[in-house]
Design a protein around this ligand. Sequence first.
Ligand code: PEP
Length: 272
Amino acid sequence: MQESRYEAPKSRRKLVVGNWKMNGDRAANGALIDALRAGLEAGPEGGPDTDANGAAVALCVPFPYLAQVAGALDGSSIALGSQDASEYANGAYTGEVSVAMLKDFGCAYAIVGHSERRTLFGDTDERVALKAERVIAGGLVPIVCVGETGMEREQGRAEEIVAAQLDAVFERIGVAGMAASVVAYEPVWAIGTGRTASPEEAEAMHAMIRGHLAERDAAAASRLLVLYGGSVKASNAASLFGRDDIDGGLIGGASLVAEDFMGIVRAAVGTS
Ligand code: PEP
């Protein structure tokens, strides 16, 4: 195991978050949640322990299905999240969904700054920072996504790009805000491509991210959860999650298949 420059306190329990993206329908969602609950909540013999000694699990689902999934997760240890949130509190913002609405439906997490939002829907660093600030103010945990493109990595600029994305958020929410956030490192070239960052590449970036926060507050940095996202599968999850600065994963495609997602959760529990 690669040695981290920072102490990993026991409180850094692994977190596995499913990002369904724009997938699902009522029937498929119901079947998926049923299978996940049966597999993840069956106790030590039936499935991985997702209570305080295991890994935390959350599902970030499309807005229209928040109510359905909230109901299906009732009484479950699996948390609910959204894939985005408005930077505005409320009012004349047609098509937007506020943090208060997300809270109303039981969301604990909101992804902000996913690369698909950044590249396809114009979410700038500044808007991502505003969204993170709004999510924290509303009492939810933002999952702040950062990551470089393939070209930026080839140019040797990966760390510079990720640091700049982080700085935009730091500047707005400060150390206290970062301490209330989760960061997800998602190299754009690895999302949905089947090409995963190697555990060494991912660990190096995660250590940089933690080090960047440590320059401001070492204690907050040692507690920060930094997830890896980008073509994580059951077969590669343990080698990623086994690294000291990788605290779990943000999972796209594999979160749509119960067995695949549960295999990833098991890897998180096994490396906790
Ligand atoms: C994602 O959408 O956040 C993601 C990591 O997708 P995938 O796992 O499919 O690469």
